[in-house]
Design a protein around this ligand. Structure first.
Ligand code: HEM
Length: 415
């Protein structure tokens, strides 16, 4: 197929496109889209996925795939770094995600979720509402925003900047022509929005430095010390906050919208959530992430030829663990397309290289424990909500910027 057609399939019908590819060509399969100059080779069997995740970052960096985010993400961002620098940054940014600390954030997430769901009635586009909620959670817990004024200011600034980054075609076009053609040009407007956002963020950082304490991730990040005992600079903290925002906002919102899309069509599963069984709640979260993962690939760009699953791939191509296909393989997941949380409670646990909604290896999602906790708390709050689908047929998967979302926005009727 010409690249333009593949791009349409990739964007508009990603699930059907990937399923057709797998059916017709098996593994591996090479795709060409207009988003990347080079072809991308997709693997999905556990053995090949393990090999992809174990590739040496010096040979197969991942940061280069996010290069277009650099103007917003910043030079210290974990997203664009590779090798030693990436590992150093990863050690720092993961501190707030450890067990005890993570549990400390649960009550706030639960309260914000209850407040959000408490006002739902009639037709609700859950994707929109989950974008609102996950941003509120990030602003309060990650950024440590303390009052309505701080939340509102930051929310407005996030919209002004992220709306520019979210539009992939716009972002790509802008990064190709990074010329400031005045404050009215797209790049000029974007730069101005980032500057305003940065000024606000640096202000929040200064306030938290001045009055330490509190239980936000920013408070924990402020305690970081590098190998020489140095404190993080304001710029570095800014890049860490932006990385957590860029990686953790749309992904969580999409996964939660899919949870509502699936629950509305599986009333028995929803009813069982009401029993308060923690193992079942966890199984529902895992099954949503399996059957509707928010991201479809974890790509790495090859700088040298490598051998994967017995095939030599040339330098210059992208190689990817295809999360979507791995999570949908019939040989690993009987009745793979069915939404069946029970599968997590029966039988042996799945191969860790087949349940990979968070990617793997040294780039595995740094926020995975937070994302799962957030989903558990929102679904716990949704257990007694009366919902039904606005239309009976399942919603199709569609790509919106980088994440896969339900094409009608996860529309449900409440009440
Ligand atoms: C359900 C929601 C989420 C999903 C499905 C998800 C998935 C992913 C995936 C697939 C990757 C790339 C892995 C790879 O290339 O192998 C990633 C990276 C990352 N995620 Fe998440 N994520 C989610 C939520 C979050 C949250 C809430 C945060 C933080 C608050 C977060 C922070 C990060 C960071 C910092 C990285 C970069 C890690 C690195 O490059 O070392 N994510 N995520």
């Amino acid at each position: 197929m010409p690249a333009a057609w593949q791009t349409v399939g990739w964007m508009v019908r990603p699930a059907a496109f990937l399923a057709r590819l797998h059916e017709r060509f098996g593994e591996p399969v090479t795709i060409r889209t207009l988003w990347m100059e080079e072809p991308m080779v997709l693997f999905s069997s556990p053995e090949a996925v393990r090999e992809v995740f174990r590739l040496d970052p010096a040979v197969a960096p991942a940061g280069q795939s996010w290069e277009f985010l650099r103007p917003f993400a910043g030079a210290h961002s974990i997203l664009v770094l590779d090798g030693e620098e990436h590992l150093r940054e990863r050690r720092l940014i993961q501190t707030p995600f450890h067990g005890e600390r993570m549990r400390g954030f649960e009550p706030t997430v639960a309260e914000l979720a209850r407040r959000e769901l408490g006002v739902w009635s009639g037709r609700v586009r859950t994707l929109e509402r989950m974008k609102h909620l996950t941003l509120e959670i990030i602003l309060r817990i990650v950024f440590g925003a303390r009052d309505e004024r701080e939340v509102t200011e930051l929310r407005d600034a996030v919209h002004a900047t992220l709306d520019g980054v979210r539009s992939m075609p716009r972002m790509l076009a802008m990064s190709l022509v990074q010329r400031d053609l005045g404050p009215r040009s797209p790049w000029g407007r974007f730069r101005l929005a980032v500057e305003r956002f940065d000024a606000l963020l640096l202000d929040v950082v200064a306030r938290r430095r001045a009055e330490p304490g509190g239980d936000s991730m920013l408070a924990l990040l402020l305690e970081q010390r590098d190998e020489d005992g140095n404190r993080p600079t304001d710029r570095h903290l800014r890049d860490q906050l932006v990385a957590l925002l860029a990686a953790g906002h749309d992904t969580s919102a999409a996964s939660l919208a899919w949870a509502f899309e699936r629950l509305a069509r599986h009333p028995a599963v929803h009813a069982r959530l009401g029993d308060g069984d923690a193992a079942y709640l966890d199984a529902v979260v895992k099954e949503v992430l399996r059957v509707r993962p928010a991201l479809t690939v974890a790509p790495r760009k090859l700088l040298r030829p490598v051998r994967i699953a017995g095939r030599v791939l040339p330098a210059g191509v992208h190689v990817a663990a295809c999360l979507w296909l791995a999570l949908r393989r019939e040989d690993l997941w009987p009745q793979a397309a069915a939404f069946r949380p029970e599968r997590w409670l029966e039988g042996p646990p799945p191969n860790p290289m087949s349940w990979i909604p968070f990617g793997g290896g040294v780039r595995r999602c740094a926020g995975a424990p937070f994302a799962e906790m957030e989903m558990r708390e929102v679904l716990r709050a949704a257990a007694d909500l009366r919902i039904r689908p606005a239309r009976p047929e399942p919603e199709r998967a569609r790509r919106s910027a980088l994440v896969v979302t339900p094409h009608r926005g996860g529309e449900v009727v409440v009440g």
